[in-house]
Structures are given as structure tokens and as C-alpha cells.
Design a protein around this ligand. Structure first.
Ligand SMILES: [Zn+2]
Length: 424
């Protein structure tokens, strides 16, 4: 179909222009939760040029005569949600094992699935994702991000990590499960030594990585237990190279030693942290390293592989996650919302928010984690995560009040990204 490509290209060029030229919009929900304090009944939000122009009591807002009015009766308007640990190139392991996704699914097929995953995320109110590794799909996340940014496909704003960096022979696919003479694709970029580590950071940065993702430990023990993989010197060099290039570092670490080395190296966020000690969480708090507890992931894998029934007694992996979450809170660590979605179905990131409340956070604390706190981790606290004048108009309306009942995050009815309604 020859006309399709020029048409798409024209559309892609047109979409941002259309957003800019759209008339102002006045949103009148039942209440507004701005990112601060309690939700406010009777407030309205004026949006123009992709930004929030005004927020406050409806009577106090000067509404331009050409403004489109969008009534959202019975709904709470909140800032667009953020999940800062996603994998749009993965789908649930009970559908296809991780090994089979990496070894048997073509990158083309995985990218098409990822387009649907991105749309499902946006539809569920998540307007920003930090996508932490393509799991063998090379730099496909950079292409998906571009397709979203140019309006070719709908999806959240993506911060991408490309391939992720792992120590040589310390990641999946697990070569022990295959003939030794088989050459398998790698689930991430494998490196050894300071020079290779630094080179990988620079390569990924050049290819479009917004963040550098490193695996500080993995299941390399003789019994499959997790152990630190990179040396302190390698991690130090990795973080220095990333920071020199203006990129932050997310460290996968499940062991206390992997976490400790990552924090000492200067990593910006710790992912999972299930085996963290009180001392390491205290070190994280002191060095202002944010924590992404990924509580929903062990529940999902327990369902897939250990016959766990949702709501039933927690498995050892779920208990470890709950213990780490409690220690992090006691230590005063900054906790963001990051779920590892992709391990479970896209569009279901609210599951993480529900777990955070179940394990002791208030609904408002969790909403802040998913908005204001996550914006700070991204270094976008001046433009994302709040409903305030000058902030990007990423807005979500849902039935009920999530600041009172976090379950309301399941009831998303309206989604706007950068001033453009996607779902209404
Ligand atoms: Zn992950």
C-alpha cells in the first residue's frame, strides 16, 4: 500500500502540531488530587498548549471563551501515574517462559506485542514508564519510544535503558540448560572488566539509553542462589561513566552484597532489594538512593511456578519482599512505584500500588510514590507528577477517590497525555 507511508509520516508530523493548536480545555471533575495533601472537592483544571494553565476552585479560574469543557462527574482527577520499573518487551511468563520469549520469539513479533503493551499501560492511567531493559531485543525500546513520541502509536512517555549490562555469563538464558556448543542470544550485554563496562555504557548511551541498567547480582550460585556478580571496581567505573554522560543508574540487586556495592558505587536506584539488611537500607537512606520494591512480581511468579493462589499464604519470595519493604520504610528510604510489569500483564501496574498499601503505606503515600516521588527520581520534579500551573498536562480521571481507597486505580475512565485526551 504505497500511500500508507507518506500518510503516516504526515500524521506523525501533524500530531504534535494539532496538540499545540487545540483549544484550551476545562476539566471539571468531582475532585482533584494535585499531588499534595488531600483531594479537593469542586476544583477544576484548565489545560492549554499541553500544559496545566490553572488549577483551583472552579469559580476562581478564568476560562477562555473558546475553551472546550470536559465534565467528569463523580470522578477524581489525579496526575498521570508512573511505573518506573517496566518491561514493555516482555509478556507474562505463564504465557511464555522468559527463555522462550528471548530464544524463540522474533524481535519483530516482540515489538508488535510491545505496541499493544504500551497502549494498555496508557489506557490504565500510566502516562510515564521507565523501561528497564529489552531482555534480548537489543535497542527496540528506542524505536518504540520514537513511535510513541511521533504519534505513530499511543503509549506512555518512555525512559529507556536499552540492553542492560550484566557480568559475563551471569544472566539468562541459562546456558546450563542447553547443549554447550549452542550459540544462544544474550538477554543483556555481557561484559567483564572496567574497560568493557565503560565501553558498554558508552555504546548504550550512544544508541539512545536514557538510563543505564546494571545487574549487580544474579542467580550464579552452584545451587542457583543469587550472588554479587560485578566487582566493586567494575560497578564504580560503570556509575562514573554513566554519570559523566548525564545518565542515572538503576541497579538490579536482590542480595545485600549486590545492593551494598551498588550504593557504594553511586547507583541512583535499587531494584527489588529483597535480601537487603537494615544496615544497607540505612546506607540507601543516607545516600538518597531510591528503592523500587517490585512487590507484585514475586506474587506473579509464585502464582506461575509455586501454585500460589492470590490472597493465600505468602510464599518465601513474597515474605522476603514484604520484609525488605518494611525495613526500607523503617530506614526512611525514598520508595517509588516500580512493579516489574511485563512479568505480569501490562495495564496491571495498579497491582503494585495495592501491594504497597497492603504492606502498610497509606493510599496518599502510594499515590505520591507513583507521581511526585517518581518524578523526582527521573529529575523531572519541575514538570511531571503534579497538577500545577506550568506542569505537563498528564491527567487521569477515575471513579471513586484513590486517596481514600487505592482500589480506585482500577477504575480509570479518562486519560490525557501532554494535553491530548487519549481515553475519554
Ligand atoms: Zn525487571
Amino acid at each position: 500500500m504505497p500511500p500508507t507511508r507518506p500518510l503516516l509520516a504526515a500524521l506523525a508530523l501533524l500530531l504534535p502540531a494539532m496538540a499545540a493548536a487545540a483549544p484550551p480545555m476545562l476539566l471539571t471533575p468531582e475532585r482533584v488530587w494535585t499531588g499534595e495533601g488531600a483531594s479537593r472537592a469542586g476544583w477544576a483544571v484548565l489545560v492549554a498548549d499541553g500544559k496545566v494553565k490553572a488549577v483551583g476552585p472552579a469559580a476562581d479560574i478564568a476560562v477562555p471563551p473558546d475553551a472546550e469543557r470536559i465534565a467528569l462527574p463523580g470522578k477524581t482527577l489525579i496526575p498521570g501515574l508512573m511505573d518506573l520499573h517496566s518491561h514493555v518487551l516482555l509478556h507474562p511468563y505463564n504465557e511464555t517462559s522468559w527463555d522462550d520469549q528471548v530464544l524463540k520469539e522474533s524481535v519483530e513479533y516482540r515489538v508488535l506485542l510491545a505496541g499493544r503493551h504500551a497502549e494498555a499501560q496508557l489506557r490504565s492511567g500510566f502516562t510515564t514508564l521507565r523501561d528497564l531493559g529489552t531482555e534480548g531485543a537489543m535497542y527496540a525500546d528506542v524505536a518504540i519510544k520514537k513511535a510513541i513520541d511521533t504519534g505513530v502509536i499511543p503509549g506512555p512517555r518512555l525512559f529507556v535503558a536499552t540492553r542492560a549490562i550484566v557480568a559475563s555469563s551471569s544472566y539468562g538464558p541459562n546456558v546450563r540448560a542447553y547443549r554447550p556448543d549452542m550459540h544462544l542470544p544474550e538477554g543483556a550485554q555481557e561484559v567483564t572488566g572496567v574497560d568493557e563496562v565503560v565501553k558498554a555504557v558508552r555504546e548504550q548511551a550512544a544508541r539512545g539509553a536514557d538510563w543505564i541498567k546494571v545487574y549487580a547480582d544474579y542467580r550464579t550460585g552452584p545451587d542457583g542462589s543469587s550472588h554479587a556478580t560485578f566487582s566493586q571496581e567494575e560497578l564504580n567505573a560503570l556509575v562514573r561513566a554513566a554519570h559523566d554522560s548525564g545518565r542515572k543508574v538503576a541497579a538490579h540487586a536482590s542480595t545485600d552484597e549486590g545492593m551494598r556495592r551498588s550504593v557504594l558505587a553511586g547507583a541512583d536506584t535499587i531494584e527489588h532489594g529483597y535480601g537487603g539488611s537494615a544496615a544497607t537500607f540505612a546506607l540507601m537512606a543516607a545516600r538518597k538512593v531510591a528503592y523500587f520494591p517490585t512487590l507484585a512480581a514475586p506474587e506473579a511468579t509464585s502464582e506461575y511456578f509455586q501454585k500460589h493462589v492470590r490472597g493465600g499464604p505468602p510464599t518465601p519470595s513474597m515474605q522476603a519482599a514484604a520484609r525488605a519493604f518494611a525495613l526500607a520504610r523503617q530506614a526512611g528510604v525514598t520508595i517509588g512505584l516500580g512493579s516489574d510489569v511485563g512479568v505480569f500483564a501490562h495495564g496491571g501496574s495498579a497491582r503494585e500500588a495495592e501491594w504497597m498499601v497492603r504492606l502498610g503505606m497509606t493510599p496518599v503515600e502510594v499515590l505520591r510514590a507513583a507521581t511526585v516521588v517518581n518524578a523526582g527520581v527521573l529529575g523531572r520534579e519541575q514538570s511531571l507528577g503534579r497538577i500545577a500551573p506550568g506542569f505537563v498536562a498528564d491527567l487521569v480521571a477515575l471513579d471513586g477517590d484513590p486517596s481514600a481507597d487505592i482500589g480506585a486505580l482500577r477504575n480509570v475512565r479518562f486519560v490525557m497525555k501532554e494535553g491530548v485526551p487519549f481515553l475519554r
